[in-house]
Design a protein around this ligand. Structure first.
Ligand code: ZN
Ligand code: FE
Length: 254
């Protein structure tokens, strides 16, 4: 059985430790804060055997070296991780299967935020670690890729089983909600989610993880094809609608 431990790191990242009870194998999904991740692993009594990176950004791979030095963990990730330090021990891209003890995860390329950004999908557990590709009611900024690439990436995530639990790497949900409700104001599922998020945050609770089912009903980027009227581009293609919404979000002062 896949055990998942989630905890806040830095100002708005989440750290994730995943653990296979049978073998004792433990992976840190990204390394936003090496000290905090080591502390959390110690508290759980888990020894970190692996680091699985989603992309090269410092708030995702910046703690690799320190954790590896302390634990000897093997680093798995896209080749771009070399950009912030050392090469991963194992380079993976779309279609690779990585194992944590007896548990298998499939690698999906979900590039766009960075070119080689990947997600780790545990098909059996119906769990996906999506890094900065998708956030609750949001998606990653297009620092490196094109709207076409990001739309393809989001479509891959959207095609997973609806009950899949998505672990996003940041708590950006409240700001995302303000944007979402502005362009999708009559969506009742979204109205309910916005209220839930407000309550959770006022209680200091995380809004992550989230199910794909809820995101399909509330995330304006996944819903771009349905929001063409709202952005006054009824004849736009789906990619054009997505690109337009992403650009609006970059400039949104909500
Ligand atoms: Zn990032
Ligand atoms: Fe990030």
């Amino acid at each position: 059985m896949l055990q998942i431990h989630q905890f806040p790191c830095l100002s708005d990242n989440y750290g994730f430790l995943i653990h296979d009870e049978a073998s004792g194998a433990t992976a840190a999904i990204d390394t936003p804060d090496a000290d905090e991740i080591m502390r959390q692993a110690d508290a759980k009594g888990w020894r970190i055997t692996d680091i699985w990176n989603t992309h090269w950004h410092p708030d995702h791979a910046g703690g690799n070296a320190a954790i590896k030095a302390k634990t000897g963990a093997r680093v798995t990730g896209p080749a771009e991780v070399s950009r912030i330090g050392s090469d991963p021990d194992r380079v993976v891209d779309d279609g690779a299967v990585v194992e944590l003890g007896g548990l298998k995860a499939r690698v999906l390329n979900v590039g766009g935020h960075t070119l080689a950004h990947i997600a780790y999908v545990f098909d059996d557990a119906r769990v996906a670690f999506v890094g900065d590709a998708l956030f609750s009611m949001g998606c990653g900024r297009l620092f490196e890729g094109t709207p076409e690439q990001m739309w393809t990436s989001l479509s891959k995530i959207a095609a997973l089983p609806r009950e899949t639990t998505l672990y996003c790497a940041h708590e950006y949900t409240e700001a995302n909600a303000r944007f979402a409700i502005y362009y999708d104001p009559i969506n009742r599922d979204l109205q309910a989610r916005v209220a839930e998020v407000k309550r959770l945050r006022s209680e200091g609770k995380p809004t992550v993880p989230v199910t794909l089912d809820l995101e399909l009903r509330t995330n304006p980027f996944l819903r771009a094809p349905l929001l063409k009227q709202s952005i006054m581009k009824p004849d736009a293609t789906d990619v054009e609608a997505f690109a337009d919404l992403r650009a609006r979000k970059d400039n949104f002062k909500g």
